[in-house]
Ligand binder design. Sequence first.
Ligand code: G1P
Length: 167
Amino acid sequence: LGHAVLSALPAVAPGDDVAVLLGDEVLDAETPGLAQLLAARDAAGAEGVVGLIEVPRDQTDRYGICAGSFEAEGRMRISEMVEKPRPADAPSRFAIIGKYVLPYRLFDVLKRTPPGSGGEVQLTDAIAVLARDGGIVGQVVEGVRHDTGNVLGLLRASLHFAWKRPD
Ligand code: G1P
């Protein structure tokens, strides 16, 4: 994911913030996920924000996991981020859903980020470097979230949206 995001650099105007929205994560919410993140970032005066949900401990190895202290309703000042930790090693159960708003300087960090979990350049590892400066927050998002990157999640998402239609 880190390499994929870095590949988008030519499409970003120098100095611009970027939103990263992974296509397999679908959120059905009154306020769209990206709007929730931007509101949290602005309220926190942060340079970046990631969307979070709380997951069962036996699922931490599927996600980037964030730890820190809660400073407002659902909003964590992040001090630690680990990509796909084993349940026993996870610093919390707050998992990154695939939605981020990140500062332009993230790209400089990504260029220097070595391969991590799974032998791949991880976006989580690069954001963790920025988090050391205290400017990254996580917002627990509101809404029904679907992960369509697995068979059951795709089926659930399809039924969820189909049932909302009268036809
Ligand atoms: C990616 C990220 C991970 C995040 C997840 C959300 O993992 O690397 O930190 O929690 O998306 O879906 P992937 O699902 O691509 O393995």
